[in-house]
Ligand binder design. Sequence first.
Ligand SMILES: NC(=O)c1ccc[n+]([C@@H]2O[C@H](COP(=O)([O-])OP(=O)(O)OC[C@H]3O[C@@H](n4cnc5c(N)ncnc54)[C@H](OP(=O)(O)O)[C@@H]3O)[C@@H](O)[C@H]2O)c1
Length: 359
Amino acid sequence: MKEFQVAVVGATGMVGQRFITLLETPPWFHVKCLAASARSAGKPYEEAVGSRWVMKTPIPEAVKKLVVQDASADVEKIAGMVDFVFCAVDMKKEEIKALEERYAKAECPVISNNSAHRSTPDVPMIVPELNPEHIQVIASQRARLGTKRGFIAVKSNCSLQSYVPALHPLQKFGIKNVVACTYQAISGAGKTFETFPDIVDNIIPYIGGEEEKSEQEPMKIWGKLENGVIVNAASPAITTQCLRVPVSDGHTAAVFASFEQKPSLEEIKSLWVNFRGVPQELNLPSAPKQFIHYFEEDNRPQAKLDREREKGMAVSVGRLREDSQFDIKFVCLSHNTLRGAAGGAVLMAELLAAKGYLD
Ligand SMILES: NC(=O)c1ccc[n+]([C@@H]2O[C@H](COP(=O)([O-])OP(=O)(O)OC[C@H]3O[C@@H](n4cnc5c(N)ncnc54)[C@H](OP(=O)(O)O)[C@@H]3O)[C@@H](O)[C@H]2O)c1
């Protein structure tokens, strides 16, 4: 595979920092350009990010001195420097939509962590193990945008990255109803314990927009490609409650599900541990060897112990048992800024590269 030159747009943010850390070594992508708001533009990255750098490892030497570009004013310049951009910015939805389309129309593919384009019907929302075939919708998106190379592909919300992978292999039993209560880490709000002291010894029972995304986005992931758009799945019915909890990284979900034909617990565990997707078949560099790990121990998965499994790219599941109201219940966990954000986006880019969409 050739080495692709990439830009991180939103490089000073929490997800942007994850991208920079993840892209320090992998074989396929090289960070050539960093961009953020006009507030950061013109400064060396090290100065622009300053005390906001919250990764456990230091800022990579290769990017410390890179001068930050203005993500909005320098679109053409950035598009001319790189093969594609990773985008994770904190802006208004309509501004993000317009910005991402500007990059795409400048023939620069956009791999996005933002939610702005998630419901655009010809923009694929990819979890590479679950719906890799949705990348085919890029052909009709390119036709709409009038581009040859440029397109937008998005990641789904981080909240659902544990329970949708766990439910996916069980679809053959006809999933009818799902209840998912999520216990979400503060890094999902771009925060640390230092910047979010109110969360210590506390739980906050509201995360704006999160329940809607957690209920609606799975329907697009499980949707079908028809006439150049993704048509959302009609079932299962999903209801959620999303809580912010005092955990640094790792979103946990407590899930209840019922089926048309109830599978046995052993069948479910076997489907989980044997599940392999296209990233595993293609041996993509960021793909976990084992996508879904099942724990027999009653006290697992735990955010602190299990979020980093397979470099934060695996999903951990445990406590599968029968339920008195639904057919089954279980607990699952995924790392929200790795699998749920930057790591998932890098894996999506690897899938797109392997399939020739970034040539
Ligand atoms: N944190 C997560 O776990 C997570 C997970 C999935 C998706 N996301 C999504 O990823 C995006 C970024 O999240 P985050 O947590 O990384 O946010 P964040 O820490 O607040 O960082 C925001 C980034 O956006 C840049 N920015 C703000 N206004 C801008 C403008 N007008 N033009 C260009 N750049 C601008 C900031 O640059 P300056 O430093 O110059 O202001 C910074 O680089 C959001 O859409 C979020 O919903 C986050």
